[in-house]
Design a protein around this ligand. Structure first.
Ligand code: CTP
Ligand code: MG
Length: 226
């Protein structure tokens, strides 16, 4: 059995403020989603892909989809109001042919294939959950509602995590069955008591969130050959 990938692309992109949902914002003339799917299509052992988009963008023949190539057999489904609901929708739409599931943000459109490979390898070697992460360079404070510092966690113990996050399929299904909300899937899996490992992420797996991030992505991606 193979690898299933849920690509979540159903957010509105409020912080980017481009006027269209973020995953459909062009980068060198093609939607971020198209760039993300190019890499997903190359994942070794790929068995299923679900692409989760805003309700109004389900028609893959529409102009918004121009420049996006869906991996063979990929299905497109509508997302929910929160990221967790969008992941759950994508997870439900994956066929039974996968035992490892990756959840990936379309907004991390420059994530190198090597990150996908590291995550899959770690799940295959027995960890129920695997997330790519980077050491944190800034000192981080916890604060209360007044902005008063309540603590300074030892920076050496911190990792900023990215996607794709990889899971044993049954473990992820069970974690989502709880129905609670979280900012990443690993948090749901952690709550079920399963072991989650951090493997090395990549600076290129940054999430396009603000207009500055989009400019950075445009600088990093070689322009298309004409
Ligand atoms: N996402 C989703 N469904 C949602 C919210 C987010 O599928 N209801 C996806 C986004 O499309 C994105 C990823 O989750 O690929 C990470 O979310 P984020 O960066 O927060 O994207 P947006 O929610 O679109 O952006 P913003 O929070 O600025 O509105
Ligand atoms: Mg969001």
């Amino acid at each position: 059995r193979g690898v299933g990938v849920v690509v979540v692309a159903a957010g509105s992109g409020a912080r980017l403020g481009a006027g269209v949902p973020k995953a459909f914002v062009p980068l060198h003339g093609r939607p971020l989603l198209g760039h993300a799917l190019d890499t997903v299509a190359r994942v070794p052992g790929l068995a299923a892909v679900s692409v989760v988009v805003p309700e109004g963008l389900l028609d893959v023949g529409s102009a918004s989809w121009h420049g996006v190539t869906l991996p063979a057999g990929a299905v497109v489904v509508a997302g929910g109001a929160e990221r967790t609901a969008s992941v759950a929708a994508g997870l439900a739409a994956l066929g039974p042919d996968c035992d490892v599931v990756l959840v990936h943000d379309a907004a991390r459109c420059l994530t190198p294939l090597a990150v996908f490979e590291r995550v899959v390898a770690a799940v295959r070697s027995g960890d129920a959950g695997v997330v790519p992460g980077l050491a944190v360079v800034d000192t981080v404070k916890t604060v209360d509602e007044q902005g008063l510092v309540t603590g300074t966690p030892d920076r050496g113990t911190l990792r900023a995590v990215q996607t794709p996050q990889g899971f044993d399929r049954q473990v992820l299904l069970a974690a989502h069955a709880s129905g609670v909300d979280a900012t990443d899937d690993a948090a749901l899996v952690e709550r079920t008591g399963h072991r989650v490992r951090v493997v090395e992420g990549d600076p290129l797996a940054f999430k396009v969130t603000t207009p500055e991030d989009l400019e950075r992505a445009a600088r990093l991606l070689p322009p298309p050959q004409v």
